[in-house]
Ligand binder design. Structure first.
Ligand code: GLN
Length: 199
């Protein structure tokens, strides 16, 4: 069984956990650095990024998360999780963890559009048609040269990005019945495991 951690400090970690269990992973709720031992992948959920980052620092998780990510641990952030993973924000708070080379703007879709649902085409899925849920979502305003854009809005705004084993989505796959993005993350995790076994 593949052991996936879900950062369980604040936000919708239980929704991620439910889908991961459904697709057959072993799930660990991560609250302290020792919960990161032996993980094969980690999800940072949606919620409130300032609170999540505050708690990450309170529980001394920033450094271990940065180290594990730079060693190749697959990490996926959804919504607030994307904000946490970025290397730069257009906003003053919080101070992101710099797990990915992206600049992100919090609450980028303003008040009127702060929550919406839309159809996306996600190039990495076998059937790319995907119904996505955005809730006070961040947008990616700039990507580094190794970052792949795997989904964007009609106006070109990137909403799913990948850099090595790091994945971030502005939307919330954990709030739908469609588990294909979780399956996709599991594929990244399995692939990383496979490569390690070859070495
Ligand atoms: N806007 C929130 C933030 O800034 C993120 C919202 C979400 O995760 N749904 O943290």
């Amino acid at each position: 069984m593949t052991k996936i951690g879900v950062l369980a400090l604040q936000g919708d970690f239980l929704e991620h956990k439910k889908i991961l269990v459904e697709i057959g992973s072993d799930v660990v709720e991560v609250r302290l650095p020792e919960h990161l031992n032996d993980l094969e992948g980690l999800i940072i959920p949606g919620g409130e990024s300032t609170t999540i980052v505050q708690l990450i620092d309170t529980y001394k998780l920033r450094k271990p998360l940065q180290e594990l990510t730079s060693q190749g641990l697959p990490v996926w952030g959804t919504c607030a999780g994307m904000i946490v993973m970025s290397n730069k924000l257009t906003d003053k708070y919080p101070t992101p963890l710099n797990l990915m080379n992206i600049t992100v703007s919090r609450n980028a879709f303003g008040r009127q559009l702060d929550s919406f649902e839309t159809e996306l085409s996600i190039s990495e899925l076998d059937n790319p048609d995907y119904h996505a849920v955005f809730i006070r979502a961040p947008s990616v305003c700039n990507v580094g040269k190794n970052v792949e854009i795997i989904a964007q809005l009609e106006d070109g705004t990137p909403v799913a990005v990948k850099e090595g084993n790091a994945l971030a989505t502005s939307f919330h796959p954990e709030l739908t019945n469609d588990n294909r993005m979780h399956q996709y993350f599991l594929k990244i995790v399995e692939n990383e495991k496979f490569q390690h076994r070859l070495i």
